[in-house]
Design a protein around this ligand. Sequence first.
Ligand code: B16
Ligand code: MG
Length: 219
Amino acid sequence: MAYTPKACLFDLDGVIVDTAKYHFSGWKRLAEELGVPFTIEDNEQLKGVSRVGSLEYILNKGGLFLDNDTKVRLMERKNDQYLELVSGMTPEELFPGVVQFIDELRGQGIKVGLGSSSRNAPLILERCGIVDRFETVVDGNSITFSKPDPEVFLKGAQAFGVTPADCVVFEDAVSGVQAAVNGGFRAVGVGDPETLAAAEFVISGFEDFNLEVLSNRLS
Ligand code: B16
Ligand code: MG
């Protein structure tokens, strides 16, 4: 029998908008200042990973140990540069089809929420003109544990009063798909099927995707 979710939780970066390129520019600049090479493959590893987790990754890669105050200062610097880039975002940067899919879900009475590691999620939603489409927003400001811990999605399901099994998570990051699986959610990957093999199925984007396809793929 076809499966119909009671709620859907969307990751932000990499699912709704492509902010990975802005994170890449910020982390690359910072890493190179520290003498650590930073590649697109490194950036891939940081998808879904918190700000502090991302800095730790770079420090680890370079075998560097810094005191806490320095780490805070570096994260602020990276974030200031990131904010300059995202504050110029417009609705044109939304991935094709994603808003139409969200509207279809809402039209069918399925709750829609955000589950992002980013502390900048409210600003990005506002810049892209989609704040009103989410009944709940759980982001990096409201969680203690980062993906692959399922906290971000469990809080979303709790806000909706639904069980994880009744809720689909859309994720582009390995850590994010793992967080959904760890929490007992139905996980749909957005991106590369090999990278996101832990998801129940993987889509390349939301063009040509709708509730009927989702229901059939998860039945
Ligand atoms: P910020 P998501 C994540 O967002 C990004 O994928 C990840 O690259 C970033 O480090 C993290 O947010 C924290 O972002 O520095 O803006 O708080 O994919 O979970 O929506
Ligand atoms: Mg993401």
